[in-house]
Design a protein around this ligand. Structure first.
Ligand SMILES: Cc1cc2nc3c(=O)[nH]c(=O)nc-3n(C[C@H](O)[C@H](O)[C@H](O)COP(=O)(O)OP(=O)(O)OC[C@H]3O[C@@H](n4cnc5c(N)ncnc54)[C@H](O)[C@@H]3O)c2cc1C
Ligand SMILES: *[C@@H]1O[C@H](CO)[C@@H](O)[C@H](O)[C@H]1NC(C)=O
Ligand SMILES: *[C@@H]1O[C@H](CO)[C@@H](O)[C@H](O)[C@H]1NC(C)=O
Ligand SMILES: *[C@@H]1O[C@H](CO)[C@@H](O)[C@H](O)[C@H]1NC(C)=O
Ligand SMILES: *[C@@H]1O[C@H](CO)[C@@H](O)[C@H](O)[C@H]1NC(C)=O
Ligand SMILES: *[C@@H]1O[C@H](CO)[C@@H](O)[C@H](O)[C@H]1NC(C)=O
Length: 559
């Protein structure tokens, strides 16, 4: 038991061992809870949450590009490197666009992620200046995730917006425009020292792209001409394509080397540098660390050591965490339960109720929630808000149910690893094993419940996609035998393990092996899988009677 060890000794001993590869904090700060983040402001990514997102969006005169993530989603983690490159590049556009991130796996962000209907992550959303949310307006999804396609989408979007006068103007000039009208439209000869005129032939984006690429020059206002003849309004030849008017009112034709954005940018830049100006610097600082602020405290270090060196065990703490996060985060994020996802919710609570690993008050909580959702008839509906309130109301009336608030068997040795998804697998295996002991549910019902959860509630996009693929390929709905149900999930899980073994989401201390390893179960390997032995092994490890209370906050764990 952790609580029986003297924390200071554990801390001192374990920090020495573990600091070598993981720990970044010293003993004094180890106890402080610091939220790690995949991003940092040095990457040009602001980290927003329920308190700051809407204030940021509503009060902003620029466009806003927001990535919604779930820290536990492998794809979000894998995408972080690409997104940082995008954010660095977008630093050049910061006068018109901010870049931020919101983590929907944080309990505090449940409401905003529901309000913005974030179903799968990563989700990329774009918001106009002074955005106001309402039922119709929750921003625009940017579907492609590749940088080049994103820049194009952002440019298209940003160019249709009319900004306040101190910001760029994407509207082409009109036949009535001349030096005087353009000078009046900007803060001429104060902030703006040059007006650049660019001809954008129909079907091209050269003018738009020039505006964006010259955002690093706040002294320059670029205006587009969709008719070359309009150059004559400024005393220039109609054959021009690019020109510049300085503060003295002199109009000067520029001769770019080619008809490309790069050549136009080069031409304007060269002129400005010749007369002694400099662009604002780009974001070329050394990249911020991929993950900031992570430290293991002494207890976590002790847990890792115990989990790694003990017998294979299933820990109640993990089952509790899985159910805790389901009830408080994944389920209440749903906007509305009705039809298919209502059935999925009812079924999930029914299964949790039957094989509930929680203690007495946890049993009451699930019973009441199950009674409540199962009392809604098939055509009825329930909002995520109402579900969340049910959970909160019942919890208020019961002795504290969720106490551990930490993972044990699913503990990670680094940030953004293991945790919730690991606890879900653990819970699912546990449920298949428990259901084999009872006749309360038809065989196959637990797999169907897991399928319903994945399809409707699991916020990890790639996990869902793969699981749906496996369900079809491995014929999940044809499993009609309790033992086969246990083995189906075991094989499916091993398929996932094989696919993601060795990638950046793997915890080096918990490598993804085909389970159970030779070491854990020799008889299971003969030399290929001996399914009978595997079944016996799983039935033993995941058995309710064998659950370990290690790491729970009270001396006896649960009653
Ligand atoms: C339904 C589902 C689908 C997922 N799909 C993806 C995906 O497509 N891409 C992705 O990157 N991540 C996916 N994940 C997350 C991923 O599988 C892991 O949960 C995550 O990487 C954390 O891994 P882990 O090392 O903690 O071990 P996990 O794979 O989470 O396993 C948890 C524990 O279960 C035990 N175990 C391992 N294998 C088996 C087995 N075959 N049978 C019984 N017990 C076993 C071990 O004790 C292990 O520590 C998915 C998760 C779930 C729940
Ligand atoms: C809104 O923006 C203005 C100008 O950018 C700033 O002065 C003000 O403090 C902001 N208000 C809030 C609530 O953030
Ligand atoms: C954000 O969440 C925290 C924690 O749940 C809460 O205290 C705070 O009031 C919330 N803020 C808003 C604006 O909802
Ligand atoms: C961040 O991660 C990427 C890819 O995983 C890697 O190439 C890069 O070197 C890392 N950067 C830092 C600063 O660790
Ligand atoms: C619990 O585990 C032990 C060994 O780890 C095993 O002998 C025993 O049969 C298990 N109990 C159940 C009920 O499966
Ligand atoms: C289990 O439930 C009882 C009440 O039924 C409660 O007093 C006790 O603290 C709970 N134990 C844990 C570990 O949650």
């Amino acid at each position: 038991m952790i609580h029986s060890l003297r924390p200071h000794i554990v801390l001192a001993l374990l920090l020495c061992v573990l600091c070598i590869d993981i720990c970044v904090a010293d003993a004094t700060s180890a106890a402080a809870v610091i939220e790690p983040s995949l991003y940092s402001p040095e990457d040009n990514v602001q980290i927003l949450n329920n308190d700051t997102l809407e204030e940021h969006l509503y009060n902003s005169s620029t466009c806003n590009f927001v990535q919604f993530i779930n820290y536990f989603c492998g794809d979000c983690r894998r995408y972080a490197h690409t997104f940082k490159q995008i954010a660095w590049r977008l630093y050049d556009w910061r006068r018109l666009l901010t870049v931020s991130v919101v983590d929907c796996a944080q309990e505090r962000n449940v409401q905003i992620c529901r309000d913005y209907n974030i179903r799968q992550t990563p989700t990329l959303r774009l918001f106009p200046p002074h955005f106001q949310r309402n039922e119709q307006q929750i921003g625009f999804d940017v579907d492609p995730h590749e940088p080049a396609a994103i820049y194009t989408k952002l440019a298209e979007y940003m160019a249709q917006i009319k900004y306040t006068p101190e910001l760029p103007n994407f509207e082409p000039i009109t036949a009535e425009d001349n030096q005087l009208t353009l000078q009046k439209s900007v803060d001429y000869c104060n902030t703006i020292s040059y007006i650049v005129l660019v001809y954008q032939p129909v079907g091209t984006t050269i003018g738009r792209d020039l505006i964006l690429d010259l955002l690093r020059w706040p002294i320059v206002a670029v205006r587009q001409l969709d008719d070359q003849l309009l150059f004559t309004n400024f005393g220039l030849e109609p054959s021009n394509k690019l020109a510049l008017i300085d503060c003295g009112g002199n109009a000067l034709a520029l001769q770019p080397a080619a008809d490309s954005t790069e050549a136009y940018v080069a031409s304007v830049t060269k002129y400005l540098q010749t007369v002694g100006h400099m662009a604002e610097p780009q974001l070329v600082t050394t990249p911020a660390p991929n993950v900031t602020k992570f430290s293991l405290d002494g207890e976590q270090a002790a847990i890792i050591s115990t989990v790694l060196h003990g017998q294979p065990k299933v820990y109640r703490a993990d089952l509790e965490q899985a159910i805790d996060k389901l009830l408080h985060i994944e389920l209440p994020k749903v906007q509305v339960f009705k039809g298919e996802n209502m059935l999925a919710l009812q079924q999930l609570l029914k299964v949790l109720r039957l094989f509930n690993p929680l203690n007495a008050s946890g049993k009451q909580l699930i019973n009441r929630l199950s009674d409540f959702v199962n009392s809604i008839d098939a055509s009825g509906e329930l909002s995520g808000v109402a579900f969340q309130m049910q959970v909160e109301n019942h919890e208020r009336k019961l002795p504290k149910v969720f106490k551990s608030k930490r993972y044990v068997g699913c503990i990670a040795s680094g940030p953004f690893l293991r945790g919730f998804t690991c606890s879900l697998w653990t819970l699912f295996h546990y449920l298949t094993v428990e259901s084999a002991k009872s006749t309360d549910l038809p065989p196959g019902a637990v797999l169907a419940t897991i399928h319903g959860f994945a399809k409707h509630f699991f916020g990890c996009g790639d996990c869902v996609q793969h699981f749906m693929g496996m369900a079809e390929r491995r014929k999940l709905f044809e499993v009609k035998n309790a033992d086969e149900q246990i083995l189906w999930l075991w094989e499916a899980h091993n398929e996932v393990n094989e696919r993601i073994a060795g990638d950046s989401t793997e915890d080096p201390k918990f490598p993804k092996l085909q389970y159970p390893s030779q070491e854990l179960c020799e008889k299971c390997h003969n030399p290929t899988w001996n399914r009978k032995e595997v079944l016996a092994f799983l039935k033993c490890v995941y058995d309710k009677k064998n659950l370990s209370s290690y790491g729970l906050p009270t001396a006896n764990g649960y009653d």
